[in-house]
Design a protein around this ligand. Structure first.
Ligand code: AMP
Length: 189
């Protein structure tokens, strides 16, 4: 099972991805986590992406596609992958299709978590207080949301057309959202 968890920043993708990892043994591939780890390690890549991340922009497609390719190679025997925060552009989505096709697999399901904007803002404000993620401040967050609407949301009709898109209410309690996702995974395309 190759699943894309889709939704704006702070929709709960990371939380739900971790639950799927513990229930199914899938590998979570979060490009945001990988980029943050690169920054923490002080690598050349980390230095290159710092500013764009802090401004709420998107890191170049080539960088994130390389990160994903590296992880797909590293986990070649995984029972499935959960893509969290990737793909975020049409080019990334096409690259993902290619990378998976070369391995004889495909994107099986795209689950969109529906959360309204007011709720996103209140979640991100809380996360900013709790985790101190620089890009969760209100100004950067609105830039991230804008990027999502401009560059990422256009992927939705593409996956809908392929019959892979399912929508889950992301405003319910965490357990209820997980149950919705499990159900979405069982429906045959
Ligand atoms: P996230 O934790 O997924 O919200 O990602 C944090 C930041 O990392 C984003 O605001 C982007 O600057 C960058 N980033 C993460 N994933 C991607 C991606 N697939 N494409 C471009 N930039 C990304």
């Amino acid at each position: 099972m190759n699943l894309i968890l889709f939704g704006p920043p702070a929709a709960g993708k990371g939380t739900q991805a971790k639950r799927l990892v513990s229930h199914h043994g899938y590998i979570q591939l979060s490009t945001g986590d990988m980029l943050r780890a690169a920054r923490t390690s002080g690598s050349e890549l980390g230095l290159r992406v710092a500013r764009v991340m802090d401004e709420g922009g998107l890191v170049s497609d080539d960088i994130v596609i390389d990160l994903i390719e590296e992880q797909l190679e590293r986990h070649s025997h995984a029972p499935g992958f959960i893509f969290d925060g990737f793909p975020r552009t049409i080019r990334q989505a096409e690259a993902l299709d290619d990378l998976l096709a070369r391995r004889g697999t495909q994107v099986d399901r795209v689950v969109r978590l529906l959360v309204d904007e007011d709720q996103l803002v209140s979640r991100v404000t809380r996360r900013f207080e709790e985790e101190g993620r620089k890009d969760d401040n209100p100004v950067t967050f609105s830039a991230r949301l804008e990027k999502y609407n401009e560059d990422t949301a256009p992927l939705l009709p593409v996956y809908a057309e392929q019959g892979k898109l399912r929508e889950v209410d992301g405003m319910s309690a965490i357990d209820a959202v997980s149950a919705g996702i499990e159900q979405a995974l069982q429906v045959t395309v």
